[in-house]
Design a binder for this molecule. Structure first.
Ligand SMILES: NC(=O)c1ccc[n+]([C@@H]2O[C@H](COP(=O)([O-])OP(=O)(O)OC[C@H]3O[C@@H](n4cnc5c(N)ncnc54)[C@H](OP(=O)(O)O)[C@@H]3O)[C@@H](O)[C@H]2O)c1
Length: 234
């Protein structure tokens, strides 16, 4: 049984990843800010260990890393999934949005990874999977600071991959397109236009399952009909 830590785990993609790994009887630690969401997850997925943490808060990230390391020694798989999405343009968005997007999508993942990495390196095994986005590799008119932050997360992932090559630690970038989660709440499009979160989780599971001799560096997946764009709203 492996130890899997998933941030942003109470809803959406994170929740689907928790359920996919728990189904295979791994020990899954789920982190999110809200206690209510974690309690609901714990009721639905027996055995999941829930720890509240806001990844934007450096002290909370350190406390999470200490709690997990204290209880389990090391994690086998860290899934940096917590993030926030705010559409906007560079010219039009308010001051402070870039800082907020970097904090939610990059700084927590960077810090938590750095805290948990030494134990992986010492054991010469482990995997870090960062939930990036198609917005990590594509520029689009209302990408704004979200896209900047996701580009940065992908840059962090690629650099870590190079760094970890000699250490037996696999590093994976997961780049999903539009996935049917609360991130799209209120958008007037049918669920069929999006990927189900379970499909994204399935790819994380597939990447995890390869032998330690192989790594899936990038997982890029999109809705069958392609990215959501202006044409969808006409
Ligand atoms: N949905 C998409 O189309 C899509 C596409 C590409 C990439 N992504 C990326 O996939 C990841 C998950 O997105 P999603 O759509 O599944 O989101 P979601 O349905 O809105 O769920 C977000 C989850 O993260 C938790 N969370 C939010 N902020 C957090 C924080 N600061 N610290 C810890 N937990 C936090 C939320 O719980 P609490 O509110 O209780 O904290 C919730 O469990 C994000 O990084 C997102 O950028 C999503």
């Amino acid at each position: 049984m492996s130890v899997i830590l998933v941030t942003g785990a109470s809803r959406g993609i994170g929740r689907a990843i928790v359920k996919r790994f728990a189904r295979e009887h791994h020990h899954v630690i789920a982190c999110a800010r809200g206690r209510q969401g974690l309690d609901a997850l714990a009721a639905e997925v027996p055995g999941v260990e829930c720890l509240a943490c806001d990844v934007r808060d450096a002290a909370a990230v350190d406390a999470l890393a200490n709690a997990v390391s204290g209880r389990h020694g090391a994690v086998d798989l860290l899934v940096n999934n917590a993030g926030a999405f705010q559409p906007g343009s560079i010219a039009g968005e308010a001051d402070g949005v870039l800082e907020a997007m970097l904090q939610a999508n990059l700084f927590g993942a960077y810090r938590l990874t750095r805290r948990l990495l030494p134990a992986m390196v010492a054991r010469r095994r482990g995997m870090v999977l960062n939930v990036c986005s198609t917005a990590s590799i594509a520029a689009y008119p209302n990408g704004g600071s979200y896209s900047i932050a996701k580009h940065a997360l992908y840059g962090f992932t690629r650099n870590l991959r190079e760094e970890m090559k000699p250490h037996g630690v696999r590093v994976v970038a997961l780049l999903p397109g539009a996935t049917h989660t609360d991130s799209w709440a209120g958008v007037p499009l049918p669920p069929e236009r999006f990927m189900p979160a379970e499909d994204v989780a399935e790819m994380a599971w597939a990447a995890w399952n390869l032998s330690p001799r192989s790594v899936v560096e990038d997982i890029l997946l999109r809705p069958q009909r392609g990215d959501i764009g202006e044409a969808d709203f006409q």
